[in-house]
Design a protein around this ligand. Structure first.
Ligand code: IVH
Length: 795
């Protein structure tokens, strides 16, 4: 075969591949290869065509601007074509661009100096946003049409959709705009908007998007503008098309500033610089801030600032000679998935990790990527042997974004979770998600698989100990990962409690230990024996319980004993503790193995002594209300208002449970089906008992049903502890207690120096004596009635 024949074949192959990619990118909004790969193929084709000009044809992808318009929308002809930009990948490409510009403007620029240096050109610098190019036509200041770029000459009419983009003005503000003004810009999605959208999509079981660009394109090209409206899209204007009946400023920067004054959003990063040196500095500056920008950019765009210079330079095929896109290193690359291995973490989670054929992504060699969990593997449809798109952004762990299904080899293998733990051989089980809703417990399959080996599993044991001793947990200085590994490998530490049993003779035997270091380590361990409750809870490594949640648990419930026995529903009264976390906490403490480990740790002789244990926090105690509680029970057809009505009518949970059909029907405007549903709920086995058990625990923890959600601090008796003793006549002790609690007081069973007041009725005994000994104020029932009356509470 001749050289030309080989070239012709390769050219044909490249063209059909690029056409397919263009179709997926522009029409389906579902590219199957990263931009970097597209760019490589494109450049290869450009180079071949440059070598063989006889093989260039007008339908080559190098001769076109973009994709064809998808058919579902009306067509729009761009009177001024919407063009593309040439790319500069290397610094040299940028220097070449600048040189061509200066050569092109040689006659217009001031003469160069004696050393051959020419005059510098002024450039406008803008970030290159990664979204979808749009044209917005304003007539007499009114937005009359929105269109996509399409193939550059014909785009799609997306007027209805662009109107839903919140920062696109429907009417231009200020003055001085031309009667006909076509604004061009990029519609994009911020990183945060993209994450939120994908999360919503995933929750709804709908398709998620590979990146913000696809999400923006897919959202803007929805046939139903209501969908577009629900998507977090934004516009950033960067140029213009038609201008009639008026004129624009004579520089690019001036034009964008004018846009801004008319209410058209432009980039905050817009900057005017002198010469290519200014461009280089801008590229470096934006590059350094790339990760902290709110949106994705794939480069920066430099444009000759003076519009008359732009006219002079003109266009070449598909690109202006006066502008260039200086690309950043690609964050997405193609590579091959060699294998999937499974790692065992601290909580026993068996996580799939992708082993990749090493590939350079944004300047770093990547050979592993996280796969999160098996749901993710399923979502990606991943098979071993697949070609995959890897993404690495900033210092985030590389991720597998997508499978290139077209390139799947015939011998690709599915990914299976091992039945046995790769470290300890124990069984691997799929986690169950237990949810209680509408009075029923439902169990569903979780995404996580766990090794059931617990601390018998060396992987879990090591990770648990590493976490246990870490700075924010028990803070044992000098107990690094390597030492933990030695301790575990030598069998000296089989559970965290063993740390406190380590002896001098054992430690000094370890690699790298001498007398002083041994003593230091033993001292550090001994020093950690008095942790705060919060540190201890965090150190236990309860799944989903980070430092903040641990602090919250400690502060709200005050003691390990209460935290250990708290029912999940009670835990959900804590701010930021949702149902799933509450179940994790509850299950952790219900687990026999964990209980044993904790008991060993708290062993009086060797173990830790918790500090700062105390009472239930006042604000936690005050956050429960009876209507809120009924609402929490999730009874079908009983929402917040129904709950309010029931609470005010029956006054107590027991009252509501006891209420029969007739009682319920008398509740003002409580719908029949709500009444029915309530009865069914409490008649169903276990529900009434469970509700009462939760209520009992809330009471035990010092919570009280205030009639409204009040913060204890704002209540008159907040922070006070009262004790009731002897018999009361006008009301039962329980009722008196409820009244006091509704005023913010805590009612305790025994008298101490901290007791604020004791209410003593006839027959009071030891509690009254104790109060007198401690000089705690005492009042009789009459005094209590007066006090209550003072707050509008009658007997
Ligand atoms: S100017 C004739 N400026 O990049 C000049 N384009 O690769 C046409 N883009 O189609 C474009 N940010 O979708 C320009 N500041 C910017 C841009 C920008 C993003 C997109 C635009 C264009 C594509 C060209």
């Amino acid at each position: 075969m001749t050289d030309t024949q080989t070239a012709a074949q390769r050219i044909a192959q490249l063209r059909s591949e690029l056409d397919a990619h263009n179709h997926r990118y522009y029409v389906l909004d579902e590219p199957s290869v990263p931009d970097a790969e597209y760019d490589r193929l494109f450049r290869e084709l450009q180079a071949l065509e440059a070598e063989h000009p006889e093989l260039v044809s007008i339908d080559s992808p190098t001769q076109r601007v973009g994709g064809a318009a998808a058919s579902a929308f009306g067509e729009v002809r761009h009177e001024v074509p919407m063009l593309s930009l040439g790319n500069a990948f290397l610094e040299q490409d940028l220097l070449d661009f600048d040189r061509r510009v200066r050569e092109g403007l040689a006659d217009l620029l001031p003469a160069g100096d004696l050393f051959g240096g020419g005059a510098e050109v002024e450039y406008s610098c803008e970030p290159k946003l990664d979204g979808l190019a749009v044209s917005l036509l304003y007539e007499n200041g009114q937005l009359v049409r929105g269109a996509t770029r399409g193939d550059g000459t014909t785009g799609e009419d997306i007027s209805a959709n662009v109107r839903t983009v919140r920062n696109i003005p429907l009417r231009l503000q200020g003055e001085g705009w031309p009667a006909v003004l076509e604004v061009r810009g990029e519609v994009f999605m911020s990183k945060a908007g993209f994450e939120a959208l994908n999360q919503r999509q995933a929750e709804a079981g709908a398709k998620t998007f590979a990146n913000p660009r696809n999400a923006a394109a897919g959202s803007l090209r929805q046939l139903d503008p209501k969908i577009t409206a629900s998507r977090p899209l934004e516009l950033c204007a960067y140029g213009f098309g038609r201008v009639e009946g008026g004129s624009l400023p004579d520089t690019q920067v001036g034009i964008l500033e004018a846009f801004k004054s008319w209410g058209v959003p432009v980039s905050r990063e817009l900057k005017r610089v002198q010469g290519v040196g200014g461009c280089q500095a801008y590229y470096a500056d934006i590059g350094a801030r790339r990760d902290s920008l709110a949106y994705e950019i794939d480069g920066v765009v430099f444009k000759v600032n003076r519009i008359d210079f732009q006219r002079e330079l003109g266009f070449r095929a598909r690109e202006p000679r006066w502008a260039v896109a200086h690309k950043f290193p690609a964050r997405e690359e193609l590579t091959e998935l060699l294998d999937v291995e499974f790692q065992v973490g601290r909580t026993g989670a068996v996580t799939p990790v992708a082993r990749l054929k090493p590939v350079q992504v944004a300047g770093v060699t990547v050979s592993n990527a996280t796969l999160h969990n098996m749901d993710e593997v399923a979502r990606l449809g991943l098979m071993i042997g697949d070609t995959v798109i890897i993404r690495r952004a900033g210092d985030v762990i590389p991720q597998v974004m997508q499978v290139v299904t077209e390139r799947r080899p015939a011998d690709a293998r599915p990914v299976h979770v091992p039945e046995h733990c790769p470290v300890c051989g124990s069984l691997v089980e799929r986690t169950q998600l237990v949810k209680r809703a509408k009075g029923r417990e439902s169990v569903s399959e979780g995404a996580i698989y766990r090794c059931v080996g617990r601390l018998f599993c060396q992987a879990q044991l090591k990770q648990s100990i590493i976490h246990f001793v870490s700075r924010r947990a028990m803070d044992i200085d000098g107990l690094g990962d390597k030492i933990v590994e030695q301790l575990v490998d030598k069998g000296l530490v089989k559970s965290p409690a063993d740390l406190y049993r380590l002896r001098y003779e054992q430690v000094i035997e370890l690699e790298g230990f001498a007398e002083l270091s041994t003593q230091n380590l033993l001292n550090a361990i001994a020093d950690s024996r008095k942790p705060s409750l919060a540190r201890f809870i965090y150190a236990l490594g309860i799944p989903d319980v980070g430092e903040e949640t641990a602090k919250l648990l400690a502060r709200a419930l005050g003691s390990l004993q209460r935290i250990q026995k708290a029912l999940p529903e009670v835990l959900t009264y804590l701010p930021d503790v949702g149902g799933e976390v509450a179940y994790e906490i509850h299950n952790f403490f219900a687990d026999e193995h964990n209980r044993k480990v904790i008991a060993e740790l708290l062993d009086a002789e060797h173990g830790v002594h918790l500090q700062e244990e105390g009472e239930v926090a006042a604000e936690f105690a005050a956050c429960a209300t009876l209507p809120g509680f009924i609402d929490k029970l999730n009874i079908p057809f009983i929402a917040a208002t129904g709950a309010e009505k029931l609470a005010s009518r029956f006054g107590s949970l027991e009252g509501i449970i006891r209420a029969d059909w007739l009682d319920l029907r008398q509740v003002d405007r409580l719908p029949e089906r709500a009444a029915k549903s309530l009865r069914e709920f409490f008649d169903a086995a276990g529900n009434a008992e469970r509700a009462l058990a939760i209520e009992a625990q809330l009471r035990e923890f010092g919570m009280h049903w205030a009639s409204e959600k009040k913060v204890a601090e704002g209540l008159p008796l907040a922070g006070q502890t009262w004790v009731l003793t002897g018999t009361l006549e006008a009301m039962s002790r329980d009722v008196a207690k409820e009244h006091l609690e509704s005023l913010g007081a805590k009612v305790a069973g025994s008298v101490s120096a901290k007791t604020h007041c004791v209410v003593a009725g006839p027959g009071a005994g030891s509690k009254l004596t104790k109060a007198q000994e401690l000089s705690v104020p005492v009042m009789d029932e009459e005094g209590l009635l007066k006090l209550l009356a003072g707050y509008g509470i009658g007997a």
